[in-house]
Design a protein. Structure first.
Length: 365
């Protein structure tokens, strides 16, 4: 790639996650568990034109993959209009969406027609009563309808994300694979991470990649690895009958070494690592009249200085607990609590004008 911008460890700037809203219509225990949140003010959320400009600038620095996320991205009004804009950016050859699926049945056809190529739907359990207990939602049937609508709309490579948590859904791995097979979707099992609102995280709830493989081998027989390009976060595997699935072992086998991802939050803060405590404010220059050249320089120099290895560093922490504890937030509500793009933004960003963007559980003070 002639225009690749490399960081301090020679990792290219190649993949961008764009959070289009901080809001979510689920309250998953591992992500946004509180009933109430202070949402970002609407005026601070990047407009579609601003998001399109961000993507264009990043694409000229080497970004080829864009994934729309949140919060729940389908809560953003008229998302297909944004997809249409980004689909027109010539360098972007992979445009994808991660959604909880609740609103997907209504929007799948319009999103596909607008140029969205790939969809990943989060589905942690096949049991409605578990979703009710874990995500405080009785809308399991809507998620299944969303998955079917995505399949019918003809997206390439439909994927299902399942965060595996011991004692919650670790007895459903095989059933989820069977469901995926029936629906033409591939499972991605994700190790439970200590990021975001995962304030109840503890290592004993993490089901490691090794444990997942052992459980699946018991049901299906020998499992073989599928060779990949070494850059995707998921390692893929094949069951004896040919069915494939992936595991994202972000906790026990982090992929920092090849991480080419970064994230822009809904209000325009750019994070170069999921575990980073601070981001770079892109909104101020965007709204302050910066030229594309000035934005490019800011992004290029930041990336060239990037030394993040957040997940690997966490691996070395003895007595690892949740990255941030709710009591520390209560004690100091302005403490930086990071979670990004991927994510809700329980987080404070201080901007050059002194304004602080805060989105925290109301319980945090
Ligand atoms: N609302 C959308 C959704 O549910 O897919 C997009 C945002 S969500 C934060 C993106 C993905 O991150 C989901 O698949 C979710 O399950 C996963 N996730 C959230 N918190 C996590 C955690 N603590 N550990 C591992 N994965 C997590």
């Amino acid at each position: 790639m002639p225009d690749a911008v490399l960081d301090a460890f020679q990792r290219p700037l190649a993949s961008l996650r764009l959070s289009v809203t901080d809001r979510c219509n689920l309250r998953c225990r591992y992500c946004m568990p509180e009933d109430e949140y202070v949402w970002l003010p609407r005026t601070s959320i990047l407009t579609f034109e601003e998001l399109d400009r961000v993507v264009r600038v990043f694409s000229r620095l080497g970004v080829r993959k864009v994934r729309l996320t949140g919060g729940e991205p389908l809560l953003r009004h008229d998302l297909p209009a944004l997809v249409r804009l980004i689909a027109r950016v010539p360098q972007i050859d992979d445009l994808a969406l991660t959604t909880n699926g609740l609103l997907l049945a209504k929007q799948a056809t319009a999103l596909r027609a607008a140029g969205l190529r790939r969809v990943t739907v989060s589905l942690d359990t096949l049991r409605p009563e578990r979703m009710l207990a874990f995500a405080k939602s009785a809308r399991h049937a809507d998620v299944l309808a969303g998955i079917r609508a995505a399949r019918d709309a003809g997206f390439e490579h439909l994927k299902l994300n399942s965060v595996v948590i011991r004692g919650f859904n670790d007895d459903e791995l095989g059933d989820l694979i069977e469901f995926g097979r029936a629906e033409g979707a591939e499972l991605r099992f994700i190790e439970y991470m200590d990021v975001g609102g995962a304030t109840h995280w503890s290592m004993d709830q993490v089901v490691s990649q090794g444990d997942m493989l052992a459980a699946l081998a018991q049901r299906y027989g020998p499992i073989s690895p599928v060779p990949g390009d070494g850059r995707a976060p998921a390692e893929r595997f094949r069951l004896p009958d040919g069915t494939t699935f992936g595991i994202i072992a972000s906790v026990t086998a982090p992929f920092c070494r090849t991480c080419d991802r970064s994230r822009v939050t809904a209000d325009g803060t750019w994070f170069t690592c999921l575990y980073a405590g601070r981001g770079v404010d892109l909104r101020a220059p965007l709204r302050g009249g910066a030229s594309d050249e000035e934005l490019s320089t800011l992004i290029r120099t930041t990336w060239q200085g990037r030394t993040d290895r957040g997940a690997e560093e966490r691996l070395g922490v003895a007595d690892r607990g949740a990255l941030y504890r709710i009591d520390s937030l209560r004690a100091d509500p302005h403490r930086e609590m990071h979670t990004v793009g991927f994510v809700n933004r329980d987080h404070v960003v201080r901007r050059p004008n002194g304004e602080a963007s805060v989105r925290q559980p109301l319980t945090a003070g």
